[in-house]
Design a protein. Structure first.
Length: 148
């Protein structure tokens, strides 16, 4: 199930991410490899808490995209791993919709979100992200497109 698009406020939130330049075919491997590195860093750093997993990305250019799997972390988190960088979501507004269902439905959900933005004349800034919540029986993925 895919919700209708809404405009939502975004507050700054810190994430530990691993940036990759990938093709669409390389996304699953980049996701798995990055999560392994982040899990090890979280275990070593023992933060008081970490938030849900997310993935940041920018639209593809020339067949590749800037793609960064990550996890929300508390302020003051020290990654301790060279491949990990810290990124703070900016404050402002984003177009949002929710997918309750398998990850295979993400391409259609993104198409729905971008189509809704276009039909409403919204200008996108090029930063997009997904936030994942594991629930039973279906995962929940919140999709965001940063508004200019």
């Amino acid at each position: 199930m895919i919700s209708k698009m809404q405009i939502v406020p975004i507050r700054p939130a810190l994430a530990a991410i691993i940036r990759n330049c990938v093709t669409f075919a390389e996304i699953p491997m980049a996701q798995r490899t990055s999560r392994d590195v982040l899990n090890k860093a979280l275990a070593a750093a023992k933060p008081d808490s970490s938030g849900p997993w997310l993935t940041l990305f920018r639209p593809p250019e020339s067949g590749t995209m800037d793609y960064a799997p990550g996890v929300f972390v508390p302020d003051g988190f020290e990654p301790g791993e060279e491949a990990i960088s810290l990124f703070s979501l900016p404050q402002g507004s984003a177009a949002h919709l929710r997918l309750e269902g398998p990850y295979e439905e993400l391409p259609q959900a993104w198409q729905d979100l971008f189509s809704a933005c276009k039909s409403q004349g919204l200008e996108l800034a090029g930063l997009n992200w997904e936030v994942y919540t594991e629930t039973s029986p279906q995962p929940v993925t919140d999709l965001y497109a940063w508004l200019a």
